[in-house]
Design a protein around this ligand. Sequence first.
Ligand code: ADP
Length: 440
Amino acid sequence: MQPATQAWWFAAGRLVGTVAVGLGLGWLVGSVWGGLACALALHLGWVLAQLFRLEWWLRHRSFADPPDVGGVWGEIVAQIVRLHRRKRFHKQRFVQLMRQLQRSTAALPSGVVILNAQREIVWFNRTAGELLDLRRTADLGMRIEHLLREPQFIRYLAGGDYSNSVVIRPPAGEDAYLSLQVAPYGDGQLLLLVSDVSRQMRLEAVRRDFVSNASHELRSPLTVISGYLETLGQDPALDDELRGPVAEMQRQAERMTGMIRDLLELSRLEESDAASGGASIDVPAMLALLRKDVLARPIRPRDVRVRIDSVAQLIGDEPEIHSAFSNLVDNAAKYTPPEGSIEMRWWVDEDGGHFAVSDTGMGIPKEHIPRLTERFYRVDAGRSRGTGGSGLGLAIVKHVLQRHGARLEVQSELGSGSTFTCHFPPERVSAAQAVSAATA
Ligand code: ADP
């Protein structure tokens, strides 16, 4: 039999015994009910005394020294002691885990800040405190926007798209840069990861300056070389045998000039990530000019069409947009044979404005598509060299689109053609007004 069951039987036996003794004594003194009442009262008094000891023990939380009571009361005390030990064990494990967690996050080279759904600081590690100049006493419970007032960060936090990080200048620190990335979790809480990217930013600036200075320095001697080659090429006294090599030198010098021009443009675009200008651009007029440029090429696809599905204007920086669109149209013209065709299309829908250039050219193998916008990336160096490409055109397109909050989509089928589409957000489109398809 279980000790608890035994104790209950014993308690029941004691009650029956008390009742029997009360009845017996009452019968002896001539009052059976009086005897019973006295016996029950004594029993109740004893129960109350046990209850009092139990309550006193619980109130004083002296779990190490439980009262020495037997029977059912002893069983209850034993259960309470067992529960208390189990609770203490779990609490100790939890505290240990919390300490380990705190130590490991404190040792992280990145800063970590926990924000609640109201964007208030709940906790931060030592690195975050140092990088963001946060003080445990004053800043816990403060809204993060009140402490980090950088407009870029405020916009990023409000935007809700946390797939990328944002780089800001820290509140204290002149020549420093911090990268901040938010990771949402739980019920609206946010984990803010902070890392010091000053070194990378400085190296990046050095690289940009180097490319820009080298391009500037190369431009002048190259202009001189090109000038002399042109004069030489036009000289009637030039030996016929030398005409071919001089013409090739001229072509290569032109290619280098194009590369330097593109490198300078890239450096300029990379100088800031800030959103580009807010002028209204007449896209149909721009596309008509681009079509004319293609038609003026000595070798070009037979059919060059422009399809305007909206008269809505694009808001942005006109020279930058022209450069991006003309790079895409140039590529379509370069990589499409004379019997092929090109179509430029501009349309607007609820997702924003879209500009697409489709061609029926050679197409691009799938595995190259994700890397096309990398600097100097060419699907096939031979095909690009033959067309005088620098490998920088799509890098320029990507940067221009980024500065306009837009993205580039590439669809291509090897051997049957490609479509490059620029997707602009709705705020980059003014007075969207669809018209029926017009083909130039
Ligand atoms: P490039 O100046 O060499 O054309 P880009 O950056 O403009 O450099 O393009 C990168 C590469 O992508 C090109 O070398 C070419 O192989 C490929 N490419 C770009 N546009 C097209 C297109 N419309 N059709 C086929 N291949 C293309």
